[in-house]
Ligand binder design. Sequence first.
Ligand SMILES: NC(=O)c1ccc[n+]([C@@H]2O[C@H](COP(=O)([O-])OP(=O)(O)OC[C@H]3O[C@@H](n4cnc5c(N)ncnc54)[C@H](OP(=O)(O)O)[C@@H]3O)[C@@H](O)[C@H]2O)c1
Length: 310
Amino acid sequence: MGTSDLKVSIVGLGTWQFSDSWGIKDYEQAKSIIEKALDVGINFFDTAAVYGRGLSEQFLGRAIKELGVREDVVIATKLPGEFLSRHDVFKGTKRCLERLGVSYIDLMQVHWPPLWNNFPTCEYMRALEELVHHGVIRYIGLSDFPVELVDSAILCLSTENVVSNQVRYNLVERDAEKELIPYAEAYGMSIIAWSPLAKGALTGKYTPENIPKFNDVRGGSAIFHPQNFSQIYEVVKLLKSIGEKYKKTPAQVALNWLLMSSESVIVIPGAKNPEQVEENAGAADWRMSFGNWLTLEEASSKVRISRVTW
Ligand SMILES: NC(=O)c1ccc[n+]([C@@H]2O[C@H](COP(=O)([O-])OP(=O)(O)OC[C@H]3O[C@@H](n4cnc5c(N)ncnc54)[C@H](OP(=O)(O)O)[C@@H]3O)[C@@H](O)[C@H]2O)c1
């Protein structure tokens, strides 16, 4: 991971799914997903204080403890942009440690920059650096930060570095390629790609005729709006046909494409069941041909997602 000594699987597990937003609220179900992730070689788990207001951290920490794998896994969590005054960075981190039931967090990320609270960048970055010195977090990461603010954040630090930026990146939402990925490559930072399956849109199970009425975080999502999904579906059809050649699923091809696009990229697909985790892990141990990569590059370049849906 970036310039750190953390060794992570390039396919990790996103655990926002353990929340009201995505619907997994049963601990045993969450544990079965985590257990399967470990079985198939995933050692990197992403959570956040806000996922289910702590539920995701609780489930993840409890499963890791019950399975006895704390030293074998890399835990990344996040403090929301509202928790970034100096004293709240300390208090918020203490709560994360308690919910996770651990004595240290491998990667603490700033979930998004402070928007309306006016905290100076150096206030929270220096507080995070102090937490590294106290040994309760090992490394500092950012999330949803533009490059200008990543620069400012790095300049606040004396002894530590920013090892990662977690940003939206999938085959049909590629804005990260414009600045964020080149910046990460230049400075040896990892890009942790969130929504790498475009919230399930790239898995092939949804069609323009069969977009369910989602009663989760996807209700009203721009990705599934007919004006956008009809374009996305053209890419899904290619994912299917390319996948047939390699005996891979559309989800595996979509993740493989991201991993081929930059060595700085790590993907953290979320999963609703153990089968999905196993399938997603199968994105990592092969490479599609350059020709197939280019076909997807060209097709996805034509997709123009608009968020002006009303
Ligand atoms: N930093 C940030 O601001 C931020 C924002 C968003 C997410 N994240 C992180 O990124 C992680 C992943 O992003 P995401 O959850 O938004 O979207 P995603 O990973 O693109 O999509 C996840 C959803 O796709 C479906 N799916 C996953 N694997 C599948 C497979 N193999 N076959 C069929 N369907 C499959 C599942 O939903 P269904 O089965 O219900 O379709 C799953 O809940 C989150 O868990 C979270 O850790 C971070």
